[in-house]
Design a protein around this ligand. Structure first.
Ligand code: SF4
Length: 372
Protein backbone atom coordinates (compact mmCIF):
# COMPACT_ATOMS: atom_id res chain seq x y z
CA UNK A 1 0.00 0.00 0.00
CA UNK A 2 1.36 3.45 -0.87
CA UNK A 3 1.95 6.09 1.80
CA UNK A 4 -0.85 8.20 0.33
CA UNK A 5 -3.31 5.31 0.56
CA UNK A 6 -2.30 4.77 4.18
CA UNK A 7 -2.75 8.48 4.92
CA UNK A 8 -6.25 8.39 3.48
CA UNK A 9 -7.25 5.57 5.87
CA UNK A 10 -5.45 7.07 8.88
CA UNK A 11 -6.94 10.50 8.20
CA UNK A 12 -10.42 8.95 8.22
CA UNK A 13 -9.52 7.27 11.50
CA UNK A 14 -8.59 10.68 12.95
CA UNK A 15 -11.83 12.38 11.88
CA UNK A 16 -13.13 12.92 15.44
CA UNK A 17 -9.97 14.62 16.69
CA UNK A 18 -10.77 18.32 16.65
CA UNK A 19 -8.70 21.45 16.71
CA UNK A 20 -11.30 24.00 15.64
CA UNK A 21 -14.47 25.58 16.92
CA UNK A 22 -17.17 25.22 14.39
CA UNK A 23 -18.85 22.41 12.60
CA UNK A 24 -18.04 22.82 8.97
CA UNK A 25 -17.32 20.99 5.78
CA UNK A 26 -13.74 19.90 6.32
CA UNK A 27 -13.13 18.51 2.88
CA UNK A 28 -10.13 19.94 1.12
CA UNK A 29 -10.30 21.62 -2.27
CA UNK A 30 -7.08 19.82 -3.11
CA UNK A 31 -7.69 16.17 -3.91
CA UNK A 32 -5.15 14.83 -1.42
CA UNK A 33 -5.85 12.98 1.82
CA UNK A 34 -4.79 14.37 5.18
CA UNK A 35 -5.58 18.07 4.69
CA UNK A 36 -7.83 19.47 7.39
CA UNK A 37 -9.04 23.06 7.40
CA UNK A 38 -9.09 23.98 11.07
CA UNK A 39 -11.07 27.10 11.84
CA UNK A 40 -9.70 29.26 14.63
CA UNK A 41 -11.52 31.34 17.24
CA UNK A 42 -11.46 34.41 15.00
CA UNK A 43 -12.78 32.52 11.96
CA UNK A 44 -9.47 32.20 10.12
CA UNK A 45 -8.90 28.95 8.21
CA UNK A 46 -5.69 27.06 8.89
CA UNK A 47 -4.85 24.07 6.68
CA UNK A 48 -3.21 21.35 8.77
CA UNK A 49 -1.94 17.90 7.93
CA UNK A 50 -3.97 15.72 10.25
CA UNK A 51 -3.36 12.03 10.69
CA UNK A 52 -2.89 9.18 13.12
CA UNK A 53 0.43 7.41 13.25
CA UNK A 54 -1.54 4.18 13.60
CA UNK A 55 -5.21 3.20 13.88
CA UNK A 56 -4.27 0.08 15.87
CA UNK A 57 -5.54 0.49 19.42
CA UNK A 58 -5.68 -1.74 22.47
CA UNK A 59 -8.38 0.38 24.13
CA UNK A 60 -12.10 -0.20 23.87
CA UNK A 61 -13.64 3.31 23.83
CA UNK A 62 -17.20 2.57 22.71
CA UNK A 63 -17.59 5.73 20.59
CA UNK A 64 -14.33 5.34 18.70
CA UNK A 65 -13.80 4.17 15.16
CA UNK A 66 -10.43 2.65 16.19
CA UNK A 67 -11.53 0.72 19.28
CA UNK A 68 -10.01 -2.74 19.70
CA UNK A 69 -13.24 -4.67 19.10
CA UNK A 70 -13.84 -3.34 15.59
CA UNK A 71 -12.76 -5.40 12.67
CA UNK A 72 -11.33 -3.17 9.96
CA UNK A 73 -8.08 -2.46 8.22
CA UNK A 74 -5.35 -1.62 10.74
CA UNK A 75 -2.10 -0.07 9.65
CA UNK A 76 0.61 2.32 10.67
CA UNK A 77 3.12 4.73 9.22
CA UNK A 78 6.73 4.68 10.33
CA UNK A 79 7.93 7.96 11.89
CA UNK A 80 10.15 8.67 8.89
CA UNK A 81 7.40 7.82 6.37
CA UNK A 82 5.02 10.21 8.14
CA UNK A 83 7.61 12.98 8.52
CA UNK A 84 8.53 12.84 4.83
CA UNK A 85 4.89 12.68 3.67
CA UNK A 86 4.04 15.70 5.80
CA UNK A 87 7.02 17.68 4.48
CA UNK A 88 5.91 17.05 0.89
CA UNK A 89 2.58 18.73 1.68
CA UNK A 90 4.23 21.50 3.68
CA UNK A 91 6.87 22.30 1.09
CA UNK A 92 4.19 22.62 -1.61
CA UNK A 93 2.34 25.15 0.58
CA UNK A 94 -0.66 22.84 1.00
CA UNK A 95 -0.60 22.91 4.81
CA UNK A 96 0.67 25.21 7.54
CA UNK A 97 1.32 22.63 10.22
CA UNK A 98 0.97 19.13 11.59
CA UNK A 99 -1.74 17.74 13.91
CA UNK A 100 -0.51 14.32 14.96
CA UNK A 101 -2.38 11.78 17.00
CA UNK A 102 -2.23 8.01 17.39
CA UNK A 103 -4.06 4.91 18.51
CA UNK A 104 -2.29 2.96 21.25
CA UNK A 105 -1.01 -0.21 19.65
CA UNK A 106 1.10 -2.17 22.11
CA UNK A 107 1.46 0.20 25.02
CA UNK A 108 1.48 3.90 25.83
CA UNK A 109 5.25 4.33 25.99
CA UNK A 110 5.92 2.68 22.63
CA UNK A 111 3.24 4.89 21.07
CA UNK A 112 4.67 8.05 22.60
CA UNK A 113 8.19 7.10 21.48
CA UNK A 114 7.01 6.74 17.88
CA UNK A 115 5.12 10.04 17.81
CA UNK A 116 8.05 11.83 19.50
CA UNK A 117 10.46 10.29 17.00
CA UNK A 118 8.27 11.63 14.17
CA UNK A 119 8.42 15.20 15.41
CA UNK A 120 12.08 14.87 16.45
CA UNK A 121 12.92 13.89 12.86
CA UNK A 122 11.01 16.90 11.60
CA UNK A 123 12.60 19.37 14.00
CA UNK A 124 16.15 18.07 14.26
CA UNK A 125 16.90 16.11 11.09
CA UNK A 126 14.73 17.92 8.53
CA UNK A 127 14.88 21.46 9.99
CA UNK A 128 11.10 21.98 10.18
CA UNK A 129 10.30 24.86 12.54
CA UNK A 130 6.60 25.56 12.01
CA UNK A 131 3.44 24.44 13.86
CA UNK A 132 3.09 21.02 15.52
CA UNK A 133 0.12 19.93 17.63
CA UNK A 134 0.76 16.57 19.29
CA UNK A 135 -1.80 14.48 21.13
CA UNK A 136 -0.55 13.00 24.38
CA UNK A 137 -1.97 9.51 24.86
CA UNK A 138 -3.71 8.64 28.14
CA UNK A 139 -1.27 6.88 30.48
CA UNK A 140 1.84 8.45 28.87
CA UNK A 141 4.93 8.69 31.10
CA UNK A 142 5.98 12.06 32.50
CA UNK A 143 9.33 11.81 30.75
CA UNK A 144 7.71 11.26 27.34
CA UNK A 145 5.30 14.16 27.94
CA UNK A 146 8.27 16.42 28.74
CA UNK A 147 10.07 15.45 25.55
CA UNK A 148 6.92 15.85 23.46
CA UNK A 149 6.33 19.32 24.91
CA UNK A 150 9.89 20.41 24.07
CA UNK A 151 9.23 19.69 20.36
CA UNK A 152 5.62 20.94 20.01
CA UNK A 153 3.73 24.22 19.77
CA UNK A 154 0.65 22.66 21.26
CA UNK A 155 -0.04 19.43 23.14
CA UNK A 156 -3.39 18.05 24.22
CA UNK A 157 -4.78 15.11 26.12
CA UNK A 158 -8.43 14.24 25.53
CA UNK A 159 -10.34 14.06 28.82
CA UNK A 160 -13.31 12.69 26.79
CA UNK A 161 -15.81 13.00 29.65
CA UNK A 162 -16.53 15.26 32.61
CA UNK A 163 -16.49 12.61 35.33
CA UNK A 164 -14.85 9.28 36.14
CA UNK A 165 -18.25 7.56 36.03
CA UNK A 166 -18.94 9.16 32.65
CA UNK A 167 -15.74 7.67 31.26
CA UNK A 168 -16.59 4.29 32.77
CA UNK A 169 -19.73 4.29 30.62
CA UNK A 170 -17.48 4.59 27.57
CA UNK A 171 -14.32 2.63 28.26
CA UNK A 172 -13.21 -0.22 30.48
CA UNK A 173 -9.52 0.31 29.79
CA UNK A 174 -8.89 3.98 30.64
CA UNK A 175 -8.72 5.33 34.19
CA UNK A 176 -10.10 8.89 34.26
CA UNK A 177 -8.15 10.19 37.24
CA UNK A 178 -4.89 8.32 36.80
CA UNK A 179 -4.47 8.05 33.01
CA UNK A 180 -6.05 11.36 32.02
CA UNK A 181 -6.55 14.08 34.67
CA UNK A 182 -3.19 13.35 36.31
CA UNK A 183 -1.50 13.73 32.90
CA UNK A 184 -3.34 16.95 32.17
CA UNK A 185 -2.03 18.37 35.44
CA UNK A 186 1.50 17.14 34.66
CA UNK A 187 1.35 19.00 31.35
CA UNK A 188 0.16 22.09 33.12
CA UNK A 189 2.75 22.06 35.88
CA UNK A 190 5.60 21.35 33.42
CA UNK A 191 4.33 24.24 31.35
CA UNK A 192 4.19 26.63 34.31
CA UNK A 193 7.46 25.65 35.94
CA UNK A 194 9.77 25.50 32.97
CA UNK A 195 11.04 28.08 30.54
CA UNK A 196 11.63 25.31 27.97
CA UNK A 197 8.16 25.77 26.44
CA UNK A 198 7.69 29.56 26.16
CA UNK A 199 5.07 29.52 23.41
CA UNK A 200 3.45 26.17 24.08
CA UNK A 201 -0.29 25.90 24.72
CA UNK A 202 -2.30 22.93 25.88
CA UNK A 203 -5.90 21.97 25.16
CA UNK A 204 -8.31 19.11 25.66
CA UNK A 205 -11.29 17.49 23.97
CA UNK A 206 -14.53 15.89 25.17
CA UNK A 207 -16.90 13.64 23.30
CA UNK A 208 -20.42 15.01 23.78
CA UNK A 209 -23.59 12.92 23.82
CA UNK A 210 -22.00 9.46 24.01
CA UNK A 211 -22.71 9.07 27.73
CA UNK A 212 -25.34 10.36 30.14
CA UNK A 213 -23.45 13.47 31.33
CA UNK A 214 -25.34 16.74 31.38
CA UNK A 215 -24.13 20.09 30.08
CA UNK A 216 -23.88 21.25 33.70
CA UNK A 217 -21.49 18.39 34.57
CA UNK A 218 -19.40 19.15 31.50
CA UNK A 219 -19.15 22.85 32.35
CA UNK A 220 -18.50 22.08 36.04
CA UNK A 221 -15.45 20.07 34.98
CA UNK A 222 -14.31 22.81 32.63
CA UNK A 223 -14.67 25.49 35.32
CA UNK A 224 -12.49 23.40 37.67
CA UNK A 225 -9.84 22.91 34.99
CA UNK A 226 -9.80 26.60 34.00
CA UNK A 227 -9.49 27.61 37.65
CA UNK A 228 -6.60 25.26 38.33
CA UNK A 229 -4.64 25.20 35.08
CA UNK A 230 -3.63 27.34 32.13
CA UNK A 231 -5.55 25.15 29.69
CA UNK A 232 -6.06 27.23 26.56
CA UNK A 233 -9.42 25.77 25.58
CA UNK A 234 -11.60 22.69 25.22
CA UNK A 235 -12.99 21.20 22.02
CA UNK A 236 -16.34 19.47 21.99
CA UNK A 237 -16.73 16.60 19.54
CA UNK A 238 -20.37 15.75 18.79
CA UNK A 239 -20.89 12.00 19.15
CA UNK A 240 -21.70 10.22 15.89
CA UNK A 241 -22.51 6.50 16.03
CA UNK A 242 -19.97 4.26 14.37
CA UNK A 243 -20.89 0.95 12.77
CA UNK A 244 -19.90 -2.21 14.66
CA UNK A 245 -19.56 -0.48 18.02
CA UNK A 246 -21.69 -0.83 21.16
CA UNK A 247 -23.10 2.63 20.49
CA UNK A 248 -23.98 2.12 16.82
CA UNK A 249 -27.71 2.61 17.40
CA UNK A 250 -27.39 5.53 19.82
CA UNK A 251 -28.80 8.88 18.69
CA UNK A 252 -26.12 11.23 17.38
CA UNK A 253 -25.40 14.42 19.31
CA UNK A 254 -26.67 17.54 17.59
CA UNK A 255 -24.05 20.10 16.63
CA UNK A 256 -26.46 22.68 18.08
CA UNK A 257 -25.65 21.21 21.50
CA UNK A 258 -21.88 21.48 20.98
CA UNK A 259 -22.30 25.04 19.66
CA UNK A 260 -24.12 26.05 22.86
CA UNK A 261 -21.44 24.30 24.92
CA UNK A 262 -18.77 26.31 23.07
CA UNK A 263 -20.71 29.51 23.83
CA UNK A 264 -21.05 28.68 27.53
CA UNK A 265 -17.47 27.41 27.81
CA UNK A 266 -16.26 30.70 26.38
CA UNK A 267 -18.21 32.52 29.11
CA UNK A 268 -16.22 30.55 31.71
CA UNK A 269 -12.86 30.70 29.99
CA UNK A 270 -12.76 34.06 28.21
CA UNK A 271 -15.36 36.11 30.12
CA UNK A 272 -14.63 34.66 33.57
CA UNK A 273 -18.28 33.98 34.34
CA UNK A 274 -18.97 31.73 37.32
CA UNK A 275 -20.81 28.50 36.63
CA UNK A 276 -23.74 29.67 38.78
CA UNK A 277 -24.31 32.58 36.37
CA UNK A 278 -25.06 30.16 33.52
CA UNK A 279 -28.69 29.07 33.15
CA UNK A 280 -29.59 25.40 32.77
CA UNK A 281 -33.00 23.78 32.37
CA UNK A 282 -34.54 21.29 34.80
CA UNK A 283 -32.41 18.51 33.27
CA UNK A 284 -29.21 20.52 33.74
CA UNK A 285 -28.97 21.13 30.00
CA UNK A 286 -28.30 24.42 28.21
CA UNK A 287 -31.08 25.89 26.11
CA UNK A 288 -30.73 24.80 22.48
CA UNK A 289 -32.56 27.88 21.24
CA UNK A 290 -31.14 30.76 23.26
CA UNK A 291 -27.62 32.14 23.54
CA UNK A 292 -26.20 31.35 27.02
CA UNK A 293 -24.95 34.93 27.46
CA UNK A 294 -28.37 36.44 26.75
CA UNK A 295 -30.06 33.93 29.06
CA UNK A 296 -27.53 34.72 31.81
CA UNK A 297 -28.13 38.46 31.32
CA UNK A 298 -31.88 38.01 31.81
CA UNK A 299 -31.15 36.72 35.30
CA UNK A 300 -28.75 39.47 36.37
CA UNK A 301 -29.73 42.58 38.27
CA UNK A 302 -26.81 44.76 37.11
CA UNK A 303 -28.51 46.14 33.98
CA UNK A 304 -28.60 48.69 32.54
CA UNK A 305 -24.91 49.43 32.91
CA UNK A 306 -23.53 52.88 32.15
CA UNK A 307 -20.93 52.61 29.40
CA UNK A 308 -18.93 55.54 30.74
CA UNK A 309 -18.51 54.17 34.27
CA UNK A 310 -19.25 50.43 34.42
CA UNK A 311 -16.32 48.25 35.52
CA UNK A 312 -14.82 45.72 33.10
CA UNK A 313 -16.51 42.79 34.82
CA UNK A 314 -19.94 44.35 34.14
CA UNK A 315 -19.17 45.48 30.59
CA UNK A 316 -18.28 41.93 29.54
CA UNK A 317 -21.58 40.67 30.88
CA UNK A 318 -23.48 42.79 28.34
CA UNK A 319 -24.63 40.68 25.36
CA UNK A 320 -22.93 42.12 22.29
CA UNK A 321 -19.86 43.37 24.15
CA UNK A 322 -16.82 41.11 23.94
CA UNK A 323 -13.61 41.12 25.95
CA UNK A 324 -11.74 43.13 23.32
CA UNK A 325 -14.43 45.76 22.89
CA UNK A 326 -14.80 46.13 26.69
CA UNK A 327 -11.07 46.84 26.93
CA UNK A 328 -11.32 49.42 24.13
CA UNK A 329 -14.29 51.11 25.83
CA UNK A 330 -12.35 51.46 29.09
CA UNK A 331 -9.27 52.79 27.35
CA UNK A 332 -11.20 55.39 25.27
CA UNK A 333 -13.55 56.68 27.97
CA UNK A 334 -10.59 57.69 30.18
CA UNK A 335 -10.13 60.62 27.79
CA UNK A 336 -13.40 61.03 25.90
CA UNK A 337 -16.78 59.91 27.30
CA UNK A 338 -19.10 58.06 24.91
CA UNK A 339 -22.16 59.96 23.76
CA UNK A 340 -23.96 57.58 21.35
CA UNK A 341 -24.17 53.99 20.18
CA UNK A 342 -22.49 54.59 16.82
CA UNK A 343 -19.25 55.14 18.69
CA UNK A 344 -19.63 51.67 20.20
CA UNK A 345 -20.43 50.14 16.80
CA UNK A 346 -17.05 51.33 15.52
CA UNK A 347 -15.36 49.34 18.32
CA UNK A 348 -17.04 46.09 17.28
CA UNK A 349 -19.91 46.14 19.79
CA UNK A 350 -23.01 44.38 18.44
CA UNK A 351 -25.27 47.29 19.31
CA UNK A 352 -28.54 45.59 18.37
CA UNK A 353 -27.87 43.04 21.12
CA UNK A 354 -26.31 45.40 23.63
CA UNK A 355 -28.61 48.42 23.54
CA UNK A 356 -31.28 47.26 25.93
CA UNK A 357 -28.66 46.44 28.56
CA UNK A 358 -26.77 49.75 28.49
CA UNK A 359 -27.04 53.47 29.02
CA UNK A 360 -24.73 56.00 27.42
CA UNK A 361 -24.34 59.29 29.29
CA UNK A 362 -27.42 58.39 31.31
CA UNK A 363 -29.71 57.64 28.36
CA UNK A 364 -31.12 54.34 27.08
CA UNK A 365 -30.09 54.09 23.41
CA UNK A 366 -33.08 52.03 22.26
CA UNK A 367 -35.47 54.69 23.65
CA UNK A 368 -33.58 57.48 21.86
CA UNK A 369 -34.31 55.75 18.54
CA UNK A 370 -38.04 56.28 19.16
CA UNK A 371 -37.54 60.05 19.13
CA UNK A 372 -35.33 60.20 16.02
S1 SF4 B 1 -7.61 5.32 23.09
FE1 SF4 B 1 -9.82 5.14 22.76
S2 SF4 B 1 -10.35 7.06 21.68
FE2 SF4 B 1 -8.11 6.79 21.49
S3 SF4 B 1 -7.84 5.69 19.54
FE3 SF4 B 1 -7.91 4.16 21.18
S4 SF4 B 1 -10.05 3.49 21.25
FE4 SF4 B 1 -9.96 5.42 20.14
Amino acid sequence: MSTLEKIKILNDSAQYDLCDYVNHNKSSQVNLPGIYHAIGHNGCKIPLFKTLLTNKCKNDCKYCINQSRRNFQRLELSPDELAKAFLKYYNQGLVNGLFLSSGIDKDEDTTMEKTIETIRLLRQDYGYDDYIHLKIVPGASKDSIKRAMALSNRVSINIESATASGLEELSSTKDYNKDILKRLHWIDSLHRKSTTYPNLTHTTQLIIGANSESDMEILQRMEKIYNKTKLKRAYFSAFTPIRETELESKTPCSTNRTTKLYNADSLLNDYHFKLDEIIFDENNQLSLSEDPKILAAKNMDIFPVEINTAPFVELIRVPGIGVKSARKIISIRKNIPFTNKNELKKLGVVVDRAEKYIKIAGAFQSQLDNFN
